[in-house]
Design a protein around this ligand. Structure first.
Ligand SMILES: NC(=O)c1ccc[n+]([C@@H]2O[C@H](COP(=O)([O-])OP(=O)(O)OC[C@H]3O[C@@H](n4cnc5c(N)ncnc54)[C@H](O)[C@@H]3O)[C@@H](O)[C@H]2O)c1
Length: 305
């Protein structure tokens, strides 16, 4: 039996790039897929029917899929996406929060609108989909069903380590990692796991970073057995496995899936510590201990400034 037979998945931002790879992979393993995409530009302007091509690809390969053109940051659209899955396929089991935009600028050039729109799509969008999916799952659990449902979120190296020119995007992606930890605690008792991947791939988003934009090859333009570290679908098998019943024991994890490497990341944890011995810190003497005992050991190899 296929890994995801009988499952219904919703992938946001699945018209292009990494999300397209996820939608194709989930369908390949037997899931019925709602392919959501607003169809705007990489900066979040306009809208279109970009989801259609992915639905056509899935159907041509013998799978089942429907398109959704909603905006993940819009409350009504987010609720409608969940309802569309239930109306069309009877239920929803897997939400992959992948939709994203960038509006990169160094902080003194970034506008409040650049900040707000990036937060809206990544953070509000991830939260809205999780909220409406959780309502659906809670109802099913209350009716006595034993669930095996999944939320898979998308963070990024920028959110985990920082990246020049991305104060809005880094804040949004760090928020998604933090949200994952809390949602995983809240939903575990009704049979829903919540994990987060940090993927990479040559996509419209990475094309905005270099001075010369590479031509973006979509996931379906790679041969099925081709290995390319920046294939946008390189992390998609990880998402498909996390979405399966086999992965029920994996919860609250941030998993970096870049090229051939797969890593479970540690949450924030102390790299070094000192103890005040039951007294308040004294700012005039703290510097000595901070530099000698606390910071030097942990700052090795880190260049600041
Ligand atoms: N490409 C990378 O190397 C990389 C690295 C780390 C994280 N990511 C993350 O992966 C995800 C996918 O990005 P990508 O690189 O494939 O870019 P992409 O532009 O190819 O895909 C993003 C998709 O999201 C859609 N989208 C944007 N706003 C939306 C909205 N409001 N509602 C619904 N859909 C919307 C876009 O139309 C687009 O199809 C993003 O969350 C991104 O932050 C990408």
């Amino acid at each position: 039996m296929s890994l995801l037979a009988g499952k219904v998945a919703l992938v946001t931002g699945a018209g292009h790039g990494i999300g397209r790879g996820h939608a194709l992979e989930l369908a390949k393993h037997g899931a019925k897929v709602v392919v959501n995409d607003l169809g705007g530009t990489v900066n979040g302007e306009g809208r279109g029917r970009d989801a259609d091509v992915v639905v056509d690809l899935i159907r041509a390969r013998g799978g089942e899929a429907i398109a959704d053109y909603g905006d993940v940051g819009d409350e009504g659209d987010a609720q409608a996406m969940i309802q569309r899955a239930i109306a069309e396929f009877g239920q929803l089991d897997i939400v992959v929060n992948n939709a994203g935009i960038v509006r990169d600028r160094v902080v003194w050039k970034m506008t409040p609108d650049d900040f707000d729109l990036v937060m809206r799509v990544h953070v509000r969008g991830t939260w809205l989909l999780s909220h409406f999916a959780a309502l659906h799952w809670r109802e099913r659990a209350a009716a006595g069903e034993r669930l095996s449902a999944r939320i898979i979120n998308t963070t990024s190296g920028a959110g985990l380590l920082g990246n020049f020119g991305q104060s809005n995007y880094a804040a949004a992606k760090a928020a998604i990692a933090g949200m994952t930890l809390t949602l995983s605690l809240e939903l575990a008792k009704i049979g829903v796991t919540v994990n987060c991947i940090a993927p990479a791939g040559n996509t419209r988003i990475t094309a905005t970073l270099g001075s010369e934009a590479p031509r973006v090859r979509e996931a379906d333009e790679y041969a099925p057995d081709e290995y390319h570290p920046m294939d946008p679908s390189i992390s998609s098998p990880v998402v498909a496995w996390l979405a399966s019943d086999e992965a029920a024991y994996v919860n609250g994890q941030v998993i970096r899936a870049v090229g051939e490497d797969l890593q479970v990341l540690q949450p924030w944890s102390p790299a070094s510590s000192i103890c005040g011995g039951g007294k308040r810190w004294d700012a005039s003497t703290l510097g000595l201990r901070f530099g000698r005992e606390l910071y030097r050991s942990q700052a090795r190899g880190v260049v600041i400034g």
